[in-house]
Design a protein around this ligand. Structure first.
Ligand code: PMP
Length: 441
């Protein structure tokens, strides 16, 4: 594979950009010795600056349910851009997009737009504190909610010996620069274990404003909740007077039209969206029932932002919601079916080649983990038993064959409406080659 142009760009980039790019996960930490610099994307394909073509299963970490430069998105954005990019005033398309969202989300009365998942989560936590007057937040090991100080605790894989007892996990800051206060105010619990959660809420419920969680773990491979676990978590929150906050930044408008809340029949108090919502543009949202959302009225709980509700992004979001919902939500069914097929066939290839790769999915999100366990049911199993170096090797061997699996070892891969049966077949064949080569290495 030709890589001269990427290498040259990387050398230039290292003079002016930290790590040669704008996020650690895009740089040499995950792509050795330098990342491929992308030039273009269309449908489920991307091309780098050396002209290499890839079938894209990383899909900008979940931001593209309809793939790259979908004709309907290109059309609406081209039509609207000439009328102005941003006004920082109220917009008609903002109302229209919120109406579509509220119609798809029975647990939501009102929406507030932001730009990124991180900002939305930061606001969600502030709302929970403002409403309850309580100061602490309870999150789960291995759940990621963006890079806001208050939630940047215990999100990365760590050696199992450093995690402490599951009844009282050690809180591990994921960045330098966090104040002791953010660590003190963020409690951490093991996920998928209702006894541990009840114990935590019984002890600390009086000081916890909200329990925040992903509906399915998507930042530590893909780990589905145990049957009934999320409903029980919601019930426990109600019992201990703690707001139940579902972070749907990844799962929203992806795992079902109504996200994880629909899939697992939940009525969260606070929900956040991002990623898929903007179909490639930075659009995020905080949402919930009226009695919760009124907390941000007139700056009681402050939520500002010059770029909130970006005009072109909202046209993309509105178009995505309309297109994906057509024919009884056919777009959502399609991406789920592709994710299921990829998962099943990747597992079959692993068995055929005798490799210990296990692929887990929730609808359209899937991720291969190299492990001797039959299934990964939690963060601690992932930390103890996932061979991340093997995933890095596998995903590099896939990219070498023109199949872009996420370079980030712990993030999920995803399907979009534009993946064809031929894309799936080609990707499965590449996986077989990669695994056979790994067996020989
Ligand atoms: N919440 C979850 C569940 C996420 O996966 C992410 C991003 N991976 C975020 C929040 C933060 O979103 P953003 O990167 O848009 O700030």
């Amino acid at each position: 594979m030709k890589t001269e142009n990427s290498e040259q760009l990387f050398n230039r980039a290292m003079e002016v950009l930290v790590e040669g790019c704008s996020s650690a996960s895009r740089g040499p930490m995950n792509y050795k010795p330098f990342p491929p610099y992308m030039r273009e994307g269309k449908g489920a394909r991307i091309w780098d600056v050396d002209g290499n073509e890839f079938i894209d299963w990383q899909l900008s970490f979940g931001c593209l349910p309809m793939g790259h430069s979908h004709p309907k998105i290109v059309e609406i954005v081209q039509e609207k851009v000439a009328g102005g990019t941003h006004f920082a005033t109220a917009l008609e398309v903002e109302v229209e997009t919120a109406e579509l969202m509220v119609n798809m989300l029975p647990h939501v009365d009102k929406v507030r737009f932001a730009n990124t998942g991180t900002e939305a989560c930061m606001t969600g936590v502030r709302m929970a504190r403002g409403i309850t007057g309580k100061r602490k937040v309870l999150k789960f090991e291995g759940h990621y909610h963006g890079w806001y100080d208050g939630l940047l605790v215990s999100t990365n894989p760590q050696p199992i010996s450093t995690l402490g007892h599951p009844n009282d996990p050690i809180r591990i800051p994921d960045s330098s620069g966090l104040t002791p206060g953010s660590l003190e105010d963020t409690l951490v619990c093991v996920w998928n274990d209702e006894v541990a959660l009840e114990r935590m809420l019984a002890t600390h419920g009086h000081e916890i404003a909200c329990l925040v969680m992903e509906g399915a773990m998507s930042n530590m491979g893909v780990i589905p909740p145990k049957p009934g676990y999320l409903k029980r978590a919601q019930e426990l929150c109600r019992a201990y007077n703690v707001l139940f906050y579902l972070d749907e930044t990844v799962t929203g408008f992806r795992v079902a039209p109504g996200g994880a809340a629909e899939l697992y029949d939940l009525q969260p108090d606070i929900v956040t969206f991002g990623k898929a919502l903007g179909q490639g543009f930075p659009v995020a949202a905080i949402a919930g029932p009226d009695h919760i959302m009124e907390s941000i009225e007139y700056g009681k709980v402050l939520h500002y932002g010059s770029h909130n509700a970006p005009r072109l992004g909202l046209y993309a979001a509105k178009t995505m919601l309309e297109e994906m919902s057509r024919d009884n939500f056919a777009g959502f069914h399609k991406i789920t079916a592709i994710g299921e097929q990829m998962t099943k066939r990747l597992n079959q290839v692993a068995r055929d080649t005798g490799q210990n790769m296990r692929v887990q999915n929730v609808g359209s999100m899937f991720h291969p983990v190299f492990t001797d366990l039959d299934a990964i049911t939690g963060y601690r199993e992932f930390c103890a038993a996932a061979d991340l170096a093997k995933y890095a090797d596998f995903s590099q061997k896939m990219r070498d064959q023109g199949v872009f699996f996420s370079g980030n070892k712990i993030l999920h891969n995803l399907s979009c409406t534009e993946h064809t049966q031929a894309d799936i077949d080609t990707s499965i064949e590449a996986a077989g080659n990669a695994l056979e080569q790994m067996a020989r290495d």
